[in-house]
Each structure stands twice: as C-alpha cells, then as structure tokens.
Design a protein around this ligand. Structure first.
Ligand code: GLV
Ligand code: MN
Ligand code: MN
Length: 399
C-alpha cells in the first residue's frame, strides 16, 4: 500500500521547485526544469534505475534492460504553463517512482523492462509546440522545424537545450528507442470536474490546436488620430476574442485567447501590431474545423472593416486520439470498473498512442481547476492513483 503520507513525502521533495505565489513556472530548460531533471536522476539512482537522456532531451529511467524490448513505460512531464499548477505532469512522474517501489515491496519480478519517462516541454509554453519531446521522438515534428523554434526572447530550442547540457545535434525521430516500447501508460491529474471517483481511465482526447493571429495596422497618436481614420489592430484583436468565444458556444466547443503581445504596447499610441494565440478544441474534428473556419472568416471580415491586415497560422495541431480500446477496457476492469472518460486536455500519451498501445489513468481533481495555481488533488486520491498504476504495471509487466 502507498499511504497518503508516503505519497506526500515524495511529493514534498519536488513541490517547491519553480513554485511561487503566482503558481508554477517550470519552463523547459530553465533552472526549475533543470532542477526537476536533477530530482529525477536522484530518485532513479536511489532505486537503482539506469538513467538516459535521449537526443530530444527526454529523460528515461530503466528497471531491466530496455534493449530486451516490449518495455512497459510510464511517466509524464515536468514542465508547466506559466503560472500553472503543480500536478499537471509531475504527478505522473512521482506516481511512477512510487508505483515501482510498490512492485519491489511486493516482490514482483517483471517479465518486461519497465521505464519511467519525463518528456520535454509537453505544454509548449516556451517554444509554442505542445508535446515537443514526444512529437520529436515519434517523428511527428520535423527536427529542422524544431531547430528553428524560438522562445519569446529569441533563444532557439538548440540553444536552450545546450544551456541545459544537452546536445541538440541529435534532435529528431528515434525509431529504435520507440521500438523498445511495448505499452505506454501515463497517469495524470484530471483537468476538469468530470471524474468523481478517485481514479479513472481515459477513452479519448479531443482534437485541438493553437493558431497564431498576426494583426497589423498603423501605429499612430492616440490624441490626434481621428477615430474614423484609424487602422487599429487592437480592435480586430478584441473582435477576434469575442468571436472565438461566441463561435465556441454555438459549436458546443472550446476556444480561448490566453496570450497576446502588442507593439509597441504604449498607453498613448494606437498599436501597430497585435499578435494573439487562439486555442481551440472540440469533441470531433469536423466541429473543430468548422469552429476555426468560422472564427477565421469573421476575423478576416472584421480586419477589412478596421483597415488592418490579418494572417492566421497553425502552430501546433493535434488530431483526435482514441485510446487502445482493449487496453483501456482491460485496465478499467482491473481497477474494479473504474470510470472511463474523454478529456479536452492534450497529453504526450496522445502522441504515443499513434505508435504504441497507450492508456491513461486520471486522478480526481476536486476543484476541476488546472493550468492555474489552484490545481489540486488530495494525498488520498494520489495514493490511490499510485496503487492503481502499480496494479496496471504489474499486470502488464508480469503476465
Ligand atoms: C496541455 O495541457 C494542453 O491541453 O494544452
Ligand atoms: Mn497541461
Ligand atoms: Mn500535462
């Protein structure tokens, strides 16, 4: 049994890293991310696991020899959104180590190698592409494109990796590593209020994506430019926010504009340019496509009215994921009929699902808040999550 106290003890050893009154800032390749990576290496060493960093910066810890193949891998990510919660990602890694402890205590001898993984930059907070590490590993992201990604300060991904001590010359697909994995299971905090039991099993991930909206106009004086003579990109942007919200409601979907940057960002000047990022999600691809098309049409019309120019570009798009049905059902039954539910949140498991049989376990989130400092899960539920993960790993690795 993992007691809530035992969960809390390991959790406390990681929890302070990157935390602040404004939430977690564990941005990839910055100091908190590197400190989390060190924590991973130490926890792995304490358990006698062999640690590797792959060419994409993903961390792996192995019990048994991965070269034997058909490995069972579990894990998640350390990185957070800016001002995020502590559970999104790290819960899956802490739970993985504790689940391995349970297997050792039970005297279980796995027939298959077991790996713990910490994927790089799942949130896409620094370089804009969600699930960066798992996409690169699986070949879903072109390494040449990845090498040109820049953060808000103009630092490229290879430069950031180098500052974290990882050589980026090996960025890209790693079919040999992928071929060693027989099954992937990610445990994750649930990110809404859909799960009322302590632990659930994922059925699907909604298709979703991020689109960049570049609106350009004419910078000018706030006091002297007549209202009728302005080409104000802020107006087009404001309309885009409202149009996204309205279209999402009409389509029973989700749309959010959570990030914006304004040039020159002066109180007494009409901006010359506004860049905003639209996050859109829906239960199925055709709804998502119509949602994004409808928002685009309305914003282009509005730009013409405002005398501004607009460019819309997809930055990170994820198709619908239906998790492996037999594995999902087997796990739900093994966990005594755990609830099975879809999610609107993206995960590395969604990327892995295109390549290996993959499942997800969710741990209840009492407030439903996520990507914000109030994200939480009780120690009791987290301990139940560890127990469930250990049960799943034992079933997969030993039978
Ligand atoms: C990741 O958590 C996402 O859903 O954006
Ligand atoms: Mn997240
Ligand atoms: Mn996550």
């Amino acid at each position: 049994m993992t007691s809530p106290e035992r969960f809390a003890a390991l959790w406390r050893s990681l929890a302070p890293i990157g935390n602040s009154p404004q939430g977690y800032h564990r941005i990839s390749w910055t100091y908190p991310d590197l400190a989390c990576r060190e924590w991973f290496a130490e926890e792995a060493a304490d358990r006698g696991l062999r640690v590797e960093t792959d060419g994409n910066g993903n961390l792996w810890a192995w019990r048994g020899d991965p070269a034997a193949g058909d490995a069972v891998v579990t894990g998640s990510h350390f990185d957070s959104v800016p001002g995020g919660g502590g559970y999104d990602g790290p819960l899956g890694i802490v739970s993985a180590f504790l689940a391995l402890d349970l297997l050792s205590e039970r005297g279980v001898t796995p027939r298959r190698p077991i790996g713990v993984v910490a994927f790089t930059e799942e949130e896409g907070s620094r370089f804009g592409v969600a699930c960066l590490g798992s996409r690169l590993l699986t070949g879903a992201l072109d390494p040449e494109r990845a090498a040109t990604l820049r953060d808000r300060d103009g630092v490229t991904l290879p430069e950031a990796m180098k500052s974290g001590g990882v050589d980026a010359s090996l960025l890209g697909p790693d079919p040999a590593r992928l071929a060693r994995i027989g099954t992937f299971v990610e445990l994750h905090v649930e990110q809404g209020r859909a799960l009322t039991a302590p632990v659930g099993v994922a059925s699907a991930i909604w298709p979703h994506g991020r689109w960049r909206l570049d609106v350009t106009g004419q910078g000018n004086h706030a006091g002297t430019t007549r209202m009728a003579e302005r080409h104000d990109p802020m107006l087009t942007f404001a309309f885009a926010v409202l149009a996204a919200n309205k279209e999402a409601r009409l389509n029973d979907a989700h749309a959010t504009v959570g990030r914006v940057s304004v040039e020159p960002n002066a109180t007494n000047a009409i901006p010359s340019a506004v860049t905003a990022w639209l996050d859109a999600r829906a239960a199925d691809q055709s709804t998502l496509d119509s949602l994004v098309a409808a928002i685009g049409t309305r914003v282009v019309e509005r730009a013409a009215q405002d005398g501004t120019a607009i460019a819309i570009a997809a930055e990170s798009v994820s198709p619908v994921v239906e998790f492996h049905t037999a594995l999902r059902d087997r796990i739900a039954a093994l966990l005594g009929g755990a609830p099975v539910l879809p999610t609107g949140a993206g995960h590395d498991a969604g990327v892995m699902a295109g390549h290996v049989p993959t499942a997800m376990l969710f741990v209840r989130n009492p407030t439903g808040v996520s990507h914000a400092p109030d994200e939480s899960a009780t120690d009791i539920d987290c301990a139940a999550g560890v127990e469930a993960l250990a049960t799943v790993l034992e079933e997969l690795a030993c039978r």
